[in-house]
Design a binder for this molecule. Structure first.
Ligand code: PGA
Length: 250
């Protein structure tokens, strides 16, 4: 029997973390050095900590990533950061299209696709997020909504570069509740269809689940068909809970 590929477990610290949290990242890396995990592990701290944490994790199995990026390489975009800046700061990953950005800043699928395209071209592994609202979920539209979002948020370059999709039901994020196993598998199966239609390397790209992942539910979620990892918000700080989730990935 062939081993499934290692899961990708990503911490999304959102707008949390100051200098002392560099020590938290180091603690996580040391724990994983002492007892390695099969999982690929990344921390996406706020932009202000990216470089410091990247430096603290040099030589460790833990990578760093950003939580957003601008699609353009440079120019008059006050407050934004580019792919090259993130790479320069030590990032290997970038989350794009997180629902908090789609909701708070009105990011569209087309903007998300442009960000993902820039990220892939610049050598970052994009984590492209999709997910339905509570209303869409209640109306039974999950598969249809995430299929459309994924189709419109993935650039053609996704066929040739490593990236991940993340299924994050909006109503599950920070809510303490998750979809049932059948619902997660249905959404992931719908997303797999989209990835197969993109073709090339996209056909086997990991599909992460995100939304109230905790140590108590991680093993069951990670064992589901087509769940290739997890995107973890609230349970990723302090790092002890995140480490338990990583361990649940093997
Ligand atoms: P949560 O957030 O784990 O706190 O639900 C997940 C996310 O927003 O990526």
């Amino acid at each position: 029997m062939t081993q499934p590929p290692p899961p990708l477990i990503v911490a999304n610290w959102k707008m949390c973390g100051l200098g002392p949290e560099v020590g938290e990242a180091r603690r996580l890396a040391e724990a994983l050095q002492a007892a390695p995990s099969r999982a690929r592990v990344a921390i996406c701290p706020p932009a202000t900590l990216l470089e410091r944490i990247g430096r603290a994790l040099t030589g460790s199995p833990v990578r760093v990533g950003a939580q957003d990026v601008h699609a353009e390489p440079c120019g008059a975009h006050t407050g934004d950061v580019s792919v090259d800046m993130l790479v320069d700061a030590g990032a290997s990953f970038v989350i794009v299209g997180h629902s908090e950005r789609r909701t708070a800043y009105g990011e569209t699928d087309a903007q998300v696709a442009a960000k993902a395209r820039a990220a892939l071209a610049g050598g970052l592994e994009a984590i492209v997020c999709v997910g339905e609202t509570a209303e869409e979920h209640a109306a039974g539209l999950t598969a249809e909504v995430v299929r459309r979002q994924a189709r419109d948020s993935l650039p053609p370059e996704a066929a040739a570069r490593p990236f991940a999709l993340a299924y994050e039901p909006r109503w599950a994020i920070g809510a303490g509740r998750t979809p049932g196993p059948e619902e997660i598998m249905r959404a992931h199966a719908a997303l797999r269809e989209v990835l197969r239609s993109v073709g090339g390397a996209a056909a086997t790209a990991p599909i992460l689940y995100g939304g109230s992942v905790k140590p108590e539910n991680a093993a069951a979620i990670l064992a589901l068909d087509e769940v290739g990892g997890a995107l973890v918000g609230g349970a990723s700080l302090p790092v002890d809970t995140f480490l338990r989730i990583v361990r649940a990935g093997g």
